[in-house]
Design a protein around this ligand. Structure first.
Ligand code: NAD
Length: 489
């Protein structure tokens, strides 16, 4: 018991904090009852529709289209027409103007997008407001800067746009993944058909209004909504490139489908990142990094630090601090500005997390969950830590994509590298140590596309992002993210 706790009755400051709620108003967002597909700059009334909900309350938000093959075809044709009738011939500096406009409008409408993203996706408003929306605008600004400099970006290689890009994105960062895909495609001179994930279509549909405000020529960006069937129709359609972010399983199916067709492909898939803590690390900061690494966005993050590798000599101190820190995480209403952990994105995802957590307990790992009151409606999962985890357990091998951390230990740097790399994935990793030389040595040996040192989950539009092995191929962000949207002579 701390000195302060012992003196609790007489202490000048309270120890047991109860936070007031601080809800963000949702009035800033006006939703239509029903949305169509955005094709050729107009709303196409969908043949089939479904209801999209708020995962925090299960409240219906709007009806959206489930695109049929014909509707996807119409969108691809609209993109093809826009490519051939002007967009591909437009000077880079002119394309840049549109991208800058989109970036500025996203900034101006930031609060609206943040509220909508939290409403439809379940993520805390603090994250949508401070991460998703500003980073989305930053991506458009960044690629606007490249649009008229492609010859300098790729000297002596005569870059040319590919044509129509089909883009399929997941539900964990709906607007940000849209920005990662649309901004480089347009900067390179392509047109786009984008399909958002079925559970989170609303920010992409609001983005259509941004395109209208920016006066982007009709058909340059088209958006069709719906589940995997709409995605599969887009893959089969007459596009020149598919850019896919999502699960490894679907990524493999797309690769099989496109084999031998000549359609270009980039895949950003799953991950099972190791966050490696050495005994000379600044432990309090490392614990913050661990928490940010796995509980940010409810762990619905492809690069989440879902495996903690901690050096044996500091194992107990680390786990103690981590458990105490977990007790202070506030789980609840995504629209409350005090919330740290929001709702799980869907019933299906919640069931997947529950199944994997049950397997961890069955296989013999020790579970810790802080005391936590969960809302009665909606999809929720308590932030969870597993200790006593063996490398063979499913919770150490499979992507949980939820707020669940598996803790393993190591003694030497060699053992840390071996365990960190012992996964089919290779998207990201974290290293915590005060030694610069050790950071560099580890970064060379860890088989991961992104490696953070003494920080975690940092993103910048100028920095390429992507994986090895079953985490996919191709890079998004930076100059590397432009090349997959270009042909070279
Ligand atoms: P998912 O693969 O089920 O769905 C992703 C998208 O693909 C959705 O839009 C979905 O409708 C569509 N889709 C589903 N079946 C399809 C098919 N047969 N053909 C074409 N499209 C199809 O994945 P998810 O559950 O939405 O997203 C979570 C996954 O995404 C995780 O594995 C995560 O690691 C990964 N992810 C990766 C990155 C990255 O950059 N590497 C970023 C975010 C998420």
């Amino acid at each position: 018991m701390t000195e302060l706790e012992r003196k609790q009755d007489h202490a000048p400051i309270p120890v047991g904090w109860e936070y007031e709620t601080a809800p963000e108003s949702r009035d800033i967002v006006t939703l239509r009852e029903r949305y169509g597909h955005f094709v050729g700059g107009e709303w196409l009334e969908p043949k089939e529709a479904y209801t999209t909900i708020s995962p925090a309350t299960e409240e219906p938000l709007a009806e959206v289209g489930q695109a049929t093959e014909e509707e996807v075809q119409l969108a691809v044709q609209a993109a093809r027409d826009a490519f051939e009738n002007g967009w591909s011939a437009l000077a880079g500096a002119e394309r840049a103007k549109y991208l800058y406009r989109i970036a500025r409008i996203l900034q101006e409408r930031a609060r609206e997008f943040a509220v909508l993203e939290s409403l439809n996706g379940g993520k805390p408003i603090r994250e949508s407001r401070d991460v998703d929306v500003p980073l989305s605008a930053a991506h458009f600004f960044y690629y606007a800067g490249w649009a008229d400099k492609l010859e300098y970006a790729f000297p002596n290689r005569k870059p040319k746009p590919l044509g129509v890009a089909g883009q399929i994105i997941p539900w964990n960062f709906p607007l940000l993944m849209l920005a990662w895909k649309v901004a480089p495609a347009l900067a390179a001179g392509n047109t786009v058909v984008l399909k958002p994930a079925e559970t989170t279509p609303l920010s992409a549909l609001l983005f259509c209004d941004v395109l209208r405000q920016a006066e982007l020529p009709a058909g340059v960006v088209n958006i069709v909504t719906g589940d995997g069937r709409a995605g599969a129709a887009l893959v089969k359609s007459d596009v020149d490139k598919i850019a896919f972010t999502g699960s490894t399983e679907v990524g493999k199916a797309i690769k099989r489908e496109l084999a031998g067709t000549g359609t270009k492909l980039t895949l950003e898939l799953g991950g099972k990142a190791a966050n490696v803590i050495f005994d000379d690390a600044a432990l309090d900061q490392a614990v913050e990094g661990i928490v940010n690494g796995i509980y940010f966005n409810q762990g619905h993050v492809c690069c989440a630090g879902s495996r903690l590798l901690v050096q044996e000599s500091i194992y107990e101190a680390t786990v103690d601090k981590l458990k105490r820190r977990l007790q202070t995480l506030r789980v609840g209403d995504p629209l409350d500005k005090n919330t740290d952990v929001g709702a799980i994105n869907s019933q299906a995802q919640l069931e997947k997390i529950q199944e994997l957590v049950a397997s961890g307990e069955e296989e013999g790992a020790e579970i810790y969950q802080p005391p936590c009151r969960l809302p009665e409606k909606g999809y929720w999962f308590v932030p969870t830590v597993f200790t006593n985890v063996a490398q063979s357990y499913r919770i150490a091998q499979e992507e949980i994509f939820g707020p669940v951390l598996s803790v393993l230990t190591f003694r030497t740097p060699d053992e840390a590298v071996e365990k960190a790399n012992n996964t089919p994935y290779g998207l990201s990793a974290g290293v915590w140590t005060e030694k610069g030389s050790r950071i560099l040595a580890m970064a060379q040996r860890l088989r991961a596309g992104v490696i953070w040192a003494n920080t975690y989950n940092r993103f910048d539009p100028a920095s390429p992002f992507g994986g090895y092995k079953e985490s996919g191929f191709g890079r998004e962000g930076g100059l590397h993210g432009l090349a997959p949207y270009l042909d070279f002579e």
